[in-house]
Design a protein around this ligand. Structure first.
Ligand code: DC
Length: 223
């Protein structure tokens, strides 16, 4: 592969984007950038400040107060919100939904896309999100659109939350996924959709190892 390359991974909730991107980054020894974490940090900030998530003007007014920073420690991304490491606080169902709601706002996206492009500027990265191949890195060396059936995605997300000790039901997790996908696919600004030049990868019947190998194979053919 080229000396510097970028792999863009987009897809719906629970398709396995972050798990796979993290593993691929380790194997290829490149940086994994989790863009969802940035939208989650903005959602957390809005909740902490008591601003209604649907209050567009209120959220936009908060933006100048938000300083986001990401650091890579042991190949893992940590997100800092005004200097505080919030990495461990943003993986709850409440923050997932908050991120999906605030990510509809154009001003929020502009701020975060700028940071995301900077991160991919100098080094090889695999970056996951909803608009990476379409908006953030339109010239990415490889674009992958990752999917899996709704039931498989709900099962994966449910197991992940239960393992973390969160008190959720399968039905609630599935309903949340459908709601978030609907938000993410039908918003006006940068909706989730496959880039024209992306490769579709359905991981419903794949093991993690098979999916990792598939991504690396696609990337080595493209880059
Ligand atoms: O990937 P994730 O589940 O952590 O993302 C949380 C939410 O953030 C997701 O529902 C939509 C939004 N998001 C986005 O709009 N664009 C991205 N590049 C990444 C996430």
């Amino acid at each position: 592969m080229a000396e510097k390359y970028t792999i863009a991974v987009d897809g719906p909730v629970g398709a396995g984007k972050s798990t796979l991107a993290r593993l691929v980054a380790k194997k290829l020894n490149i940086i994994y950038v989790d863009t969802g974490a940035m939208y989650r940090a903005v959602g957390l900030y809005a909740i902490r400040n008591g601003v209604e998530l649907t209050d567009r003007t209120g959220i936009v007014a908060l933006l100048p107060q938000i300083e986001l920073d990401v650091k890579i420690v042991n190949n893992e991304q940590q997100v800092f919100l005004n200097g505080e490491d919030v990495t461990g606080l943003i993986r709850t169902p409440e923050i997932s939904m908050a991120a999906s709601v605030v990510s509809k706002i154009a001003e929020v996206r502009t701020k975060l896309v700028e940071l995301q492009r900077k991160l991919a500027d100098r080094v090889s990265v695999i970056m996951d999100g909803r608009d990476i191949g379409t908006v953030v890195l339109p010239n990415a060396s490889t674009k992958i659109y990752l999917t899996a059936s709704l039931d498989v995605r709900a099962k994966r997300r449910y197991n992940e939350l239960i393992t973390k000790g969160q008190d959720v039901t399968f039905e609630d997790v599935k309903a949340d996924i459908m709601k978030r996908d609907d938000n993410d696919m039908n918003r006006d600004v940068s909706p989730l959709r496959p880039a024209e030049d992306s490769v579709n990868l359905d991981t419903s019947d794949m093991t993690l190892d098979e999916a990792v190998d598939a991504i690396i194979r696609i990337a080595s053919e493209k880059a």
